[in-house]
Design a protein around this ligand. Sequence first.
Ligand SMILES: [Zn+2]
Length: 86
Amino acid sequence: MSTRCPAAEQRRLLDDPEGIKAAWAGFKNGGVVTCPSTGAQLSLAVDGASGSYRLVCSGCGFPSPWFNAGPAGISFRDNDPRSSRF
Ligand SMILES: [Zn+2]
């Protein structure tokens, strides 16, 4: 059984840098970050080679762009973080 998350809600959370920052902050604090409309849990994917992260919805598999996280906050790994999605 899978939970489908409305695309608009996913984009607001995972295509919005502020949304990703908020979700990342939740992870750093040891919390569970969920899709705002369905409650499907977001999981954290790690690219160990480059030290990058991304968030992936466990309900529908919708991924955020890859990002790097450091003391000053997060930054997107690619110039166009959305280019690989479409
Ligand atoms: Zn989803």
